[in-house]
Design a protein around this ligand. Sequence first.
Ligand SMILES: *[C@@H]1O[C@H](CO)[C@@H](O)[C@H](O)[C@H]1NC(C)=O
Ligand SMILES: *[C@@H]1O[C@H](CO)[C@@H](O)[C@H](O)[C@H]1NC(C)=O
Ligand SMILES: *[C@@H]1O[C@H](CO)[C@@H](O)[C@H](O)[C@H]1NC(C)=O
Ligand SMILES: *[C@@H]1O[C@H](CO)[C@@H](O)[C@H](O)[C@H]1NC(C)=O
Length: 428
Amino acid sequence: MQCSWKAVILLALASIAIQYTAIRTLTSKPFQLCSLPSPQNCGLGSQDAESSFERGAPGNGGCDDYPYFSLNSSRKTHILVLATTRSGSSFVGQLLNQHQDVFYLFEPLYHVQNTLIPRLSHNSKTMNRRVMLGASRDLLRSLYGCDLYFLESYIKPTPTNHTTDKLFRRGASRALCQQPVCDAFGPSDVNVDEGDCVKKCAALNMTLATEACHEKRHVALKIVRVPEIGDLRALVEDPRLNIKVIQLVRDPRGILSSRIETFRDTYRLWRIWRATGRRPYNLDLSQLTIVCDDFLSSVSTGLSHPYWLKGKYMLVRYEDLAKNPLLKTKEIYDYLGLPMDKNVEDWIHANTRGSNEPSAKHKFGTVRDSAANAESWRLKLSYDMVEHTQMVCHKVLQQLGYKAVKSAEELKNMSISVVQDKTFVPFL
Ligand SMILES: *[C@@H]1O[C@H](CO)[C@@H](O)[C@H](O)[C@H]1NC(C)=O
Ligand SMILES: *[C@@H]1O[C@H](CO)[C@@H](O)[C@H](O)[C@H]1NC(C)=O
Ligand SMILES: *[C@@H]1O[C@H](CO)[C@@H](O)[C@H](O)[C@H]1NC(C)=O
Ligand SMILES: *[C@@H]1O[C@H](CO)[C@@H](O)[C@H](O)[C@H]1NC(C)=O
């Protein structure tokens, strides 16, 4: 009995491995950074490189083995926003998306998870995790090289003729809602609404999207599906890439509150707790412990400053960003080594003051009046729930400088801050 049970698992694992390998080999060219035959498309994008060395020798389209690898600091920056759901990552994503030299994608790993998870056996979490991580790293690496065709293997239904209308949150990427990728808007429509983009743009032509990516100087990807920064070490250390990680954290009490509002079904029992004042006996506590454990291990890795993260790591607390968006954004851009442009500044002004635009209600939209929003959980969670969260998460609260409250009065008194002043300088 035992034996056949093991055999079933082995068989399942083998079939996952085979499927994954098949996906990799059938759909992908070997890791290719230059898929278009134009010298413009290598390494430095459309920018004029002062040194032809950086583009490789003329005549081969600049597509040498390591088109990115240059000894010069003016090479492409590969920005990685590492976050968790409901931690304000859409907001941070927008701060990068708005920059005219940045090509931004919102959560490309969504497609990996969607495609692989149904095929993965539930028997081996470790194995599932490894397959997911391997696939995720491959995809991120390809996307940093602007190989958007690589993403097609994970999009369902599989795009035909390199065209799809199923790219997750396409409207969150400015470059994908503008000419030449989308003809629905003129050059003066600088701030296309996400919903309008999806409604009015024709299906996404991945060839044009790839070209748009190459046109930009830098690539920024936002991910919420890799919990531990250590899992990305191979990517961070890849000499062809120039990764800059921004790890975004938020008070777990705020994350919990936001998830309860957003994922109504999954967090139903938490809402019952809030409404009745009594904790349901079958409440899934892992929804909370996972957040805090992941934060704790990932942040501990980052803040311990391992040599492989040197010059490539910055921790940002969402609350600091919400409180002082302009200043904090400047710090982020300083760390990235990029000048902040006017688009970003304008966007901050338009989106961090109170306003009633409909997109404020969008489930995943960026927040209006960010500062008030960052602490609104205090008015939404009961003291019971907060106390419980503080118990489960006390280590990470302490590590990140979030103060525990000791009474319902303290919780609801907004003139007492629960965010301690704490400076997290980039690891340079
Ligand atoms: C990068 O290249 C430019 C132009 O060749 C040069 O002026 C600059 O000093 C170089 N930077 C580094 C760090 O080598
Ligand atoms: C893809 O392109 C080919 C050749 O242009 C065309 O015949 C075919 O109908 C296209 N397929 C779809 C699904 O549009
Ligand atoms: C997508 O754009 C490319 C480049 O402009 C073009 O050659 C191709 O025909 C387009 N594909 C479709 C299906 O329209
Ligand atoms: C809120 O806290 C402040 C500072 O401790 C205190 O002065 C004030 O009386 C409190 N307000 C309420 C309504 O308890």
